[in-house]
Design a protein around this ligand. Structure first.
Ligand code: ATP
Length: 258
């Protein structure tokens, strides 16, 4: 589990995060949502230790990562997988080499062990047999899955995903969400996902944190979204007139059933 306590981050006069107290659980996907500029990326960077807070703490279990020295922080980082928005795959490396890269950097595994682990990871994301293709030779959805395989190759306990659905069609987005969710459950990973995607919220929103102007505006799960009277949440999820009508109809039906 990851926990933040009174987390504040300012850039000069601009106080971007204004005291965030929240928890991200193991074994379920934890979503950070909010309008552009709400502070989602800044929060994600603090959680990974890429930014220092102005004040407050980030606990991994019982450890405040900002109390650690550089060596201890590196050890924590080895236990973190990251899926970047643009995948950040190396174009000049094959899919297999991309997935092997963290093992080359951080482990003493033999070449044979690395090959076996690459195959295992490709199987885990349902991409068996594409080892020798280059990222440019596979689809956007497949690239995303390669990114997931690479992020999880060292079997981390923590997994951060920045906009995992950006650039994907709705159906592929749902498949990617389900894959992230399955792996999170199966391996009991603490997964934190920064997203704009309303389908993700309603599909895999087991623990949702809504940020507004650097503060927690709402917390809950997907089953509570429909009934919530938080205006920021309504504006975010049911952004179009069509979706607002759908919401009203769904609420009427629910109340008829009661
Ligand atoms: N390195 C930085 N230096 C100064 N200000 C920054 C820095 N990074 C972010 N900010 C400011 O923090 C605020 C929140 O930015 P952030 O990127 O976290 O928003 P966001 O919710 O992730 O938005 P989006 O959904 O558009 O990515 C913005 O006002 C931004 O200008």
């Amino acid at each position: 589990m990851i926990r933040t306590v009174d987390l504040v981050k300012s850039f000069g006069e601009n106080e971007v995060l204004k005291g965030i107290n929240t928890e991200f659980y193991a074994g379920k996907p934890n979503l950070i949502i909010g309008l552009s500029g709400a502070g989602k990326t800044v929060l994600l960077k603090l959680l990974i230790g890429l930014f220092e807070p102005t004040s407050g703490s980030v606990f991994y279990g019982d450890t405040d990562i900002f109390d650690l020295n550089a060596k201890q922080l590196r050890a924590i980082r080895m236990n973190v997988g990251m899926l970047f928005q643009g995948n950040a795959l190396f174009d000049s490396m094959t899919v297999g080499e991309n997935i092997r890269f963290p093992m080359d950097m951080f482990t003493r595994k033999t070449a044979k062990e690395k090959l076996m682990r690459v195959d295992e990871c490709l199987e885990m994301v349902n991409l068996d047999g594409v080892n020798d293709r280059f990222p440019s030779e596979v689809s956007g959805g497949m690239q995303k899955r390669v990114g997931i395989a690479r992020a999880l190759v060292l079997e981390p306990d923590y997994f951060f995903c920045d906009e995992p659905n950006s650039g994907l069609d709705p159906q592929t987005s749902i498949l990617v969400d389900e894959l992230i969710c399955d792996l999170t459950n199966t391996h009991n990973i603490t997964t934190v996902i920064n997203t704009h995607d309303m389908n993700s919220v309603m599909g895999i929103g087991d623990n949702i944190l809504l940020l507004k102007n650097g503060q927690v505006s709402w917390r809950g799960d997907k089953s509570q979204v429909l009934e919530s009277d938080n205006e920021t949440l309504e504006d975010f999820i049911f952004a179009s007139p069509f979706l607002r009508r759908l919401r009203e109809d769904a609420l009427k039906l629910r109340h008829l059933d009661d």
